[in-house]
Ligand binder design. Structure first.
Ligand code: S3P
Length: 443
């Protein structure tokens, strides 16, 4: 039984799922690709048409910022939108730009703003975003000559930016972060010289793919991206595939609830994002890819998943950036697997929308899981029965959805407080949860 009680900030009650998770489902548009379609559509000359856009709160934050910067973006009340771009010349906004809860919006837009000579911008976000580290982008931007001010020496929002003529150089990023890479690439678009970014491991490459499609002069060599600025971006048609990070909840749900068989259609399977599939397969999951195709430069497939008995694994190293957002739900899979799962090299999780290591360890312990915290991950000994209880989300969408899936296999009722955050990346998650478990008892 799935029940949503009390508004405005809802509590989700999930009862142990007796029958399998079954049916056919489509997940909402990929969040990273949706942001990039809005960014590049707004910066390009002419019209960009986007279909399959994620109508979550995070892309809405990006759209609101670019409207304030002069782009015309049709209302986000349908996943088909049209953008009339500014052709690189942004309007100086009348007010503070608000990135809401979205780290991608804030970090990527800093690159755009820092390279608009003579224009002034101020920028903030919600409580979670104002506590997240921005030095990872403000530091390299400053090394290119950017003028940025903010709390804690420019490492926390609110931030102020005075656009400058930047001089790019070769930046060796200490972390594998698509947000850092994309921020610097966007800054480089306006610059004559070459911007070069090398990262320690390959992070998601949606920016590189979409920048090329919009006409940027860009080439990738291993973990290094070269961008020669000055090319005029032209509006394009972008079809956004389903988000593998949202599909991850269903991949794990159908794996751990006995008697499940679920087809998840139209999922983006870009190799820089498919760490979740590799790890679940290594754990013994029964997942098959069907109907593999390419849609506007991104690989897409349907994923068929059936329940399976999972085994613990080690998750570390180069795969981490390729599944970073899926670690909370992988922790739930590990709790249901036989044996030990060790997750390491994932300290980045501590600076996401919440400290996801601490959040997941605290909440899984309440459910009765044998789990311990490590500085850079966690250790889970799976196989103990989970017991329903009252849980918290830390207002983090991925923690909330992971706990909802854990509730399906916990004995009795699990009550999860403050689940409204789910609308950041998956506005109809609750409706889909109800559909695949078919047992709605909402108000
Ligand atoms: C994202 C990159 C990742 C990811 C985030 C979205 C992006 O962050 O966790 O949810 O769209 O570029 P990092 O770049 O900080 O790893």
């Amino acid at each position: 039984m799935i029940e949503v009680v009390s508004a405005p900030n809802s509590v989700l009650r999930v009862t142990s799922q007796q029958s399998g998770v079954r049916g056919k489902i489509q997940v909402p548009g990929d969040k990273s690709i949706s942001h990039r379609a809005l960014f590049l559509g707004a910066l390009a000359q002419g019209t960009t048409k986007v279909s399959g856009l994620l109508l979550g709160e995070d892309p809405r934050s990006t759209a609101a910022c670019f409207r304030a910067l002069g782009a015309q973006i049709s209302p986000l009340n349908s996943d088909q939108i049209t953008i009339e771009g500014v052709g690189g010349d942004l309007q100086e906004p009348l007010d503070i730009l608000d990135a809401g809860n979205s780290g991608t919006t804030m970090r990527l837009i800093l690159g755009v703003l820092a390279s608009q000579p003579g224009k002034f911008f101020s920028l903030t976000g919600d409580r979670s975003l104002r506590s997240r580290p921005m030095a990872r982008v403000t530091k390299p931007l400053r090394s290119f000559g950017a003028q940025i001010w903010g709390r804690e020496s420019g490492s926390k929002a609110p931030l102020a930016v005075l656009g400058m003529n930047l001089t790019p150089s070769h930046y060796f990023s200490p972390i594998a972060s698509a947000q850092v890479k994309s921020c610097l690439l966007l800054a480089g678009l306006n610059l004559e010289a070459e911007t070069i970014i090398t990262e320690p491991e390959r992070s998601r490459d949606h920016s590189e793919r979409m920048l090329k499609a919009f006409g940027a002069d860009l080439r990738v060599e291993g973990n290094t991206v070269h961008l020669r600025g000055g090319a005029k971006l032209q509006g394009q048609t972008v079809v956004v595939p389903g988000d593998i990070s949202s599909a991850a909840y269903w991949l794990v749900a159908a794996s751990i609830v006995p008697g499940s068989e679920l087809l998840i259609e139209n999922v983006g399977v870009n190799p820089t994002r498919t760490g979740i599939l590799e790890v679940l397969l290594a754990m013994g999951a029964d997942i098959t890819q069907q109907n593999y195709r390419e849609v506007t430069g991104e690989p897409v497939a349907d994923l068929l998943v059936r329940s399976a008995s999972l085994q613990g694994v080690e998750i570390k190293g180069a795969v981490i950036p390729r599944l970073i957002d899926e670690i909370p739900i992988l922790a739930v899979a590990a709790a249901c697997a036989d044996g030990k799962t060790v997750i390491s090299d994932a300290a980045e999780l501590r600076v996401k929308e919440s400290d996801r290591i601490s959040a997941m360890v605290t909440e899984l312990l309440k459910l009765g899981v044998d789990v311990s915290e490590r500085a850079d991950g966690m250790e889970i000994v799976g196989g103990r029965p989970l017991h329903g209880c009252e849980l918290q989300t830390y207002e983090d969408h991925r923690v909330a959805m992971s706990l909802a899936i854990a509730g399906l296999v916990a004995q009795g009722d699990t009550e999860i407080a403050e689940v409204d955050c789910i609308k950041i990346s998956y506005p109809d998650f609750m409706a889909r949860l109800l559909e695949v478990t078919s047992g709605w008892h909402g108000d």
